[in-house]
Design a protein. Structure first.
Length: 315
């Protein structure tokens, strides 16, 4: 059933005059009449009673007009929705965040999407580890993830080549973050302006879990090794728990600078005497070109306030 014919029918139903309806529809009157006759034949009902001077819509015509209006309105809505989808202004986007990115990037992104992309259904998950996020990205659980790829080998987890999980991911470096010493307020070093990492050698270190393939756990161990010691570790699952554990006096920790945004009492954050850093990257599936995903990715970059370098494709 041609939507254009439905619109002609509705115009005739409104005008109840072939001449006026034809003029309004920019069509010849005989052509309009032929379209209506064909529509009646297709439906098997008479839509109008005709005389030489007037056209009166029938009961069947009135009933069909309700259907026709709904069809036309639905098509208009579908076209508008597809235009919005193609522009990236609508759709569902799921974003996962590693540790400290939960505290500064997540709330800013949520606010920016609500302001600029209000028709996007945004799903946010924070306080996750990089391997969890990359596994979820490959599995389609997330569309975008903010992670800390390993500097040495960009390890993607325990995936065997050729497995269903082994698909290309694209990483964009967003920023470099300094590691800070997280100390309980009762620590003798809490009053220092700068902390030498070697001075913490005797302290227990609260870290992310090693068995979960945490990027931060490996980074902390490497930083301590560079300072000449191997730390005794207490492993916790989340960054917030890590900071709470330090506040409780269970040990000290190293965490990226945005951890300050967590705003927990009982701890102080001190820069290290030597610069130790970690990368924050945005990862997506290489072939995911959904407009909504691209639109949200652009806002992530805007929130972090850096221009992305060339993509690093990991296979």
């Amino acid at each position: 059933m041609d939507p254009r014919v439905l619109q002609l029918f509705l115009t005739l139903a409104d005008e109840q005059h072939y001449g006026r309806a034809a003029k309004r529809s920019h069509i010849a009157q005989p052509a309009l009449s032929q379209h209506i006759i064909q529509l009646e034949a297709e439906l098997g009902v008479r839509l109008f009673d005709r005389s030489t001077r007037r056209v009166v819509i029938t009961e069947a015509g009135t009933r069909f007009a309700e259907h026709a209006r709904r069809i036309i309105d639905s098509l208009k809505h579908a076209k508008a929705d597809m235009r919005a989808f193609a522009s990236g202004y609508t759709g569902r986007v799921s974003v996962g965040f590693v540790g400290t990115a939960t505290y500064d990037v997540l709330p800013l992104l949520a606010h920016r999407v609500r302001e600029q992309l209000p028709d996007i259904d945004l799903e946010l998950r924070g306080e996750l580890l990089t391997p969890q996020l990359l596994d979820g990205l490959s599995a389609g659980v997330y569309d975008l993830v903010l992670v800390r790829p390993r500097v040495s080998d960009h390890h993607l987890g325990d995936r065997s080549p050729g497995s269903d999980e082994d698909q290309e991911l694209v990483f964009e470096r967003l920023r470099t973050e300094r590691l800070m010493a997280v100390l309980p307020v009762s620590s003798p070093m809490a009053e220092r302006n700068v902390v030498d990492l070697s001075d913490l050698a005797a302290e227990p270190f609260v870290t992310h879990p090693s068995k979960a393939r945490s990027t931060m756990h490996r980074r902390v161990i490497d930083a301590c090794a560079s300072a000449g010691f191997t730390p005794h570790t207490i492993e916790v699952s989340e960054t917030a728990t890590l900071v709470v554990s330090v506040a409780a006096g269970l040990g000290v920790a190293l965490a990226p600078e945005p951890v300050r945004h967590l705003g927990l009492d009982g701890v102080v954050y001190k820069p290290l005497a030597t610069t130790e850093t970690v990368e924050l990257s945005l990862a997506r599936r290489k072939n995911d070109m959904a407009p909504a995903v691209s639109a949200v990715a652009a806002l992530v970059r805007s929130v972090v306030r850096t221009e992305p370098p060339e993509d690093q494709v990991l296979t």
